[in-house]
Design a protein. Structure first.
Length: 70
């Protein structure tokens, strides 16, 4: 699985706010958008207009913790 992370503060992208002229990325330490396939993630990078200068793609692993998904 893949997720998008801010290079400066290491926060995860969990959404995009389109209310302004230029889309703004919603970031958090606890929430993240997960993509199963790299092709879908690359398509979302273009759709959300995420600048690779400030964001990086990280391969992540989903683990179960105390019968809850984290």
């Amino acid at each position: 699985m893949y997720a998008i992370r801010n290079k400066n503060n290491k926060k995860w992208v969990y959404g995009t706010d389109y209310r302004y002229g230029k889309p703004r990325q919603r970031i958090s330490y606890e929430n993240a958008l997960l993509f199963e396939y790299k092709e879908f993630m690359e398509m979302e990078l273009r759709t959300r207009r995420i600048n690779p200068k400030y964001y990086e793609v990280i391969e992540v692993e989903l683990m179960e913790k105390n019968n809850e998904i984290w």
